[in-house]
Design a protein around this ligand. Sequence first.
Ligand code: UD1
Length: 371
Amino acid sequence: MKSILSVVGARPNFMKVAPIHRAFAKHAAAVQHKIVHTGQHYDYNMSDVFFQELQLPEPAVYLGVGSGSHAQVTARVMQSFESVLLEQKPDLVLVVGDVNSTIACALTAVKMGIPVAHVEAGLRSYDRAMPEEVNRVATDAICNYAFVTEQSGLDNLLGEGWVRERIFFVGNTMIDSLHFALPAARRSDVRSSLGLEPQQYALITLHRPSNVDDKAQLKALLEVLTELAGHRKLVLPLHPRTRASIEGFGLQRYLSDNPAILALEPQSPVRFLALMREADFVLTDSGGIQEETTVLGVPCITMRTSTERPVTLTLGTNRLVPPQAEALRRALHAMLHEARPEGSLPPLWDGKAGERIAEIILDQCLGKHKN
Ligand code: UD1
């Protein structure tokens, strides 16, 4: 019996590991799959509700590292995860995405001679000012197997000297979770309970440090949202980082004084999907939401200067707009008054990526590891 530890730490990780866990459960005679939760995200809204709605089991191990600076979180995860590896001696560690828990656990495992597979490998924004980009580059530089979601991931890794045999183009487990949650999202009454009509509101998310940690930048974005609220109702689930910045900078009036802006707590995956699928459009600085809107065919403006997910631009409904007031005003004007892009589905984003990953790990990775 082989054993695999999959690491989750922050909100998007839960969506990426859930389908992999379900896929390994079908091979329970051959492999034991356990989840280690680092505790980087720990609130009910940021963590527990994801386990419930995505039907993830309780984590086998909870490290409880909590919040802190990048170095503090990374170091705490590494120290705790080393003890877990010494005790559990897994045959393989699986990490997903690009958060601090991803690089922390990959680095710990690799140095102990345990093979590491990275799911969602190879994505590059080529912007090292993004903490996630540093995590992506560093994780891919040391891991043994790369599972990629889109062609750019494959191309980037080959360009960085990876051998083709260790890269697997499997599709997108985030999209597996979207398909999993869709029936419940269709049944959800979240939209009507907020008094919203389908396609009559925009869904907004904002949490990148570059957009919310600087007062002038955050204020400029809130001003643009205030203008947009003259044309559409805005639904704005607030990430804890964003809420803390708005309160810390004294910018609450932008939200509290405007009945057309509904500022909400972070939403559960089912509720968020329900709001996203019936939105007129989405305005975000997230990574994964660019992909989810592409699959749903909902127009998306991404308020960033770069994306590590270029297929959402070339095939999907996403549009990249620098997070500056004038550029955003122009893009929003076009969104409100001009034809929207018709997207198409990127290859292999079919809801079966988790199954492909489990089969490849069982057939081609376990037992064949060479450092
Ligand atoms: C992290 C990821 C980011 C991902 C995002 C999704 C890194 C470097 N960044 O960013 O890629 O898009 O998660 O949400 O790993 N907090 C709470 N409760 C929680 C979690 C966080 O209140 O359950 C607050 C804390 O004050 C914390 C702050 O949010 O300091 C930021 O959390 P952190 O994990 O450092 O980064 P995120 O901005 O969430």
